[in-house]
Design a binder for this molecule. Structure first.
Ligand SMILES: O=C(O)c1[nH]c(=O)[nH]c(=O)c1I
Length: 308
């Protein structure tokens, strides 16, 4: 089966990635991803200029139908991750960066522009858990201005990580902005920001930061993820690929993301819960569905969701 995709001409021999933040904080975790035969590439934890400890624990909690997290951008700092992606790897890497401000974003991208890194970069515009900081991608004017500044100096491949949108007019507005720029891809969705889980037995929230508010992931976000992948695919220039992230537990979920137009598919909550074996299982389940339908390649059905 042909399970390949490509971003900006970079070939991925497999469609599967990790969702940034999961299994990607350390070089050991990143190596394990890149060495797995069912994984196509690895995305780093979003890097900030300096190393961060992140929010106080408990900050991640697995739910029956997903996860809630308020990690707070813990990471080993920009230098750690750019050193890693500058090394030779048999498969593509995506360097994720997240400033704590637009100025930070500019500084991070300037450092990448000035480096020898020629691979893929993803600007995270959607971290919901930095206390006191809004998600940039919900500020349309701010996003427009930031990308205007970025593309005045950044000449390397660049994609963006987006939060979920919930209004068709918002899809129109964000894609009208993104289509102005030579982006390689959008990665959609990030977690659904500021959900809240209540443990009835203890009558308490389940994570410590922000009084229990955190980003939602896993099974429960699949309909939102599919809607965002589909709406962005329908509106973005063909040159801007969509990486589908959010809600994948089964091969059928993967198939649905591809039908909606995803070029590649990231796994987060399920990777956290199941471990790296998730990729072998998802590959088997996806190929079973493809075989039953007479498909041999993702390209046979990518973006071909039927309407009624
Ligand atoms: O809390 C985090 O570190 C985090 N958590 C998320 O769910 N999405 C993000 O983009 C980030 I930067």
């Amino acid at each position: 089966f042909d399970l390949t995709g490509q971003i900006n001409g970079v070939p991925f021999d497999r469609l599967f990635l990790n969702a940034s933040g999961v299994h990607c904080q350390s070089t050991t975790e990143l190596d394990e991803l890149l060495q797995d035969e069912f994984v196509g590439g690895a995305v780093t934890k979003s890097a900030t200029l300096e190393k961060r400890a992140g929010n106080p624990a408990p900050r991640y909690y697995e739910l029956a139908n997903g996860s809630i997290n308020s990690m707070g951008l813990p990471n080993n700092g920009f230098d750690y991750y750019i050193q890693y992606v500058l090394q030779f790897h048999a498969k593509p890497t995506i360097l994720s960066v997240a400033g704590l401000s637009a100025d930070d974003d500019i500084q991070l991208l300037n450092q990448i522009q000035d480096s020898d890194y020629q691979g893929l970069t993803e600007l995270n515009l959607s971290c919901p858990n930095v206390i006191g900081k809004p998600q940039m991608a919900y500020d349309f004017e701010g996003t427009q201005a930031l990308l205007q500044s970025v593309f005045s100096f950044f000449k390397k491949p660049l994609g963006v990580k987006l939060p979920p949108y919930f209004d068709l007019v918002h899809f129109d507005q964000i894609t009208a902005i993104l289509n102005q720029f030579p982006l390689t891809h959008v990665n959609s969705i990030n977690s659904i920001g500021n959900g809240l889980w209540v443990d009835v037995a203890s009558e308490s929230v389940v994570i410590k930061p922000k009084g229990g508010f955190g980003g939602l992931g896993g099974k429960m976000v699949l309909p939102t993820a599919l809607a965002n992948v589909r709406a962005l695919r329908q509106r973005l220039n063909d040159s801007i690929k969509v990486i589908g992230t959010g809600g994948v537990q089964t091969g059928a979920d993967v198939f649905a993301h591809i039908l909606c137009g995803a070029e590649l598919v990231s796994i987060g909550t399920q990777l956290q819960a199941e471990g790296i074996g998730v990729y072998h299982r998802l590959t088997n389940e996806l190929e079973r569905i493809m075989a039953d339908k007479g498909y041999t390649a993702l390209a046979d059905f990518r973006g071909k969701l039927n309407t009624i």
